[in-house]
Design a protein around this ligand. Structure first.
Ligand code: AMP
Length: 288
């Protein structure tokens, strides 16, 4: 139960040991769920662990601040690291194993292989953060080899990441199922994120503009507005709180290309609140 201390998970740093544990458990017929994270865990991550624990016999959480998915001017050095609290949280939610690799094992001397997912990684986060998704896909591919679980859990909050990971798994025939779980929000609607810790109180108040813009956009979508008007609704919300916009777009949820008439779509938004980049999205239902 939330708030109660849970059993302390077993912490594993050695990829060989991690893989052997998973393979042994699977040979014994156990279903393994995997939740990859960068740590600084919050209720959003906890919901993924809970979902995995509800559907699987054993749950592995990885905590790895992956240097290859940060650009040279990004926040790798100051990214929050809260390992002791993270272990308590995931233990309470039902994770038995936590994989905490060293960067030198993920990227051994001479490392030369990169996984590049083309189309769905090119726009949005891919355009603002060159190389980001190559870093993500490379480490997730490595993690899926080291943690050969039955199913991996990702948050809808990082919608484009779920599209990129699903594309990679399909294209490389990686034998793992991908499950996408709903975005967990603060009471005012702000999507939970480890990066919310960077916001000053004043920035934190303005940050709700992303969610508010998406709520208003969803209403406009359901009222029948065209895509340009729906996108403009999101932009207006960010502008009203002085948040510079990286993108505010409505696209097809699977391809991230132009939405298909009548079909469901996803609204993607990213902006900069002070020096902190925030992302959010909303699924827009099919309409006739
Ligand atoms: P991160 O540690 O930020 O790399 O995130 C690890 C996983 O947690 C990713 O699959 C994220 O999409 C997911 N996640 C992050 N924030 C949330 C949230 N607010 N709700 C649900 N999932 C989340």
């Amino acid at each position: 139960m939330s708030g109660q201390p849970g059993p302390t998970p077993i912490v594993i740093a050695d990829p060989r040991q991690m893989r052997d544990l998973i393979l042994t458990a699977r040979r014994a017929g156990r279903r393994i769920g995997f939740v990859p994270t960068m740590g600084a865990l919050h209720a959003g991550h906890a919901s993924l662990v809970e979902q995995a624990a509800a559907e699987c016999d054993d749950v592995v959480v990885s905590i790895f601040v992956n240097p290859k998915q940060f650009g040279p001017r990004e926040d790798l050095a100051r990214y929050p690291r809260t390992l002791a609290a993270d272990l308590a949280l995931v233990g309470a939610k039902g994770a038995g194993w936590v994989f905490v690799p060293e960067a030198s094992t993920a990227y051994p001397a001479g490392h030369a292989t990169s996984v590049v997912v083309a189309a769905p990684a090119a726009d949005f986060e891919g355009a603002v953060r060159p190389g980001h998704f190559a870093g993500v896909a490379t480490v997730v591919c490595w993690l899926f080899n080291v943690v050969p679980a039955d199913v991996a859990y990702f948050g809808a909050k990082d919608w484009q990441q779920t599209v990129v990971v699903r594309r990679m798994v399909a294209d490389l025939a990686i034998p793992i199922a991908i499950e996408v779980c709903p975005t967990i929000r603060e009471p005012d609607g702000l999507a939970m994120s480890s990066r919310n810790a960077y916001l000053s109180p004043e920035e934190r108040r303005r940050a709700v503009a992303l969610h508010e813009g998406l709520v208003a956009a969803t209403e406009r979508w359901q009222a029948g507005d065209d895509v340009a008007a729906v996108e403009e609704t999101i932009r207006a919300s960010l502008q009203s709180r002085d948040i510079p916009i990286d993108y505010a777009r409505v696209v097809d949820p699977d391809t991230l290309l132009a939405p298909r008439p009548g079909a469901a779509a996803v609204a993607l938004v990213a902006g900069r609140v002070g020096t902190t980049r925030l992302l959010d999205n909303a699924l827009l239902p099919p309409r006739s």
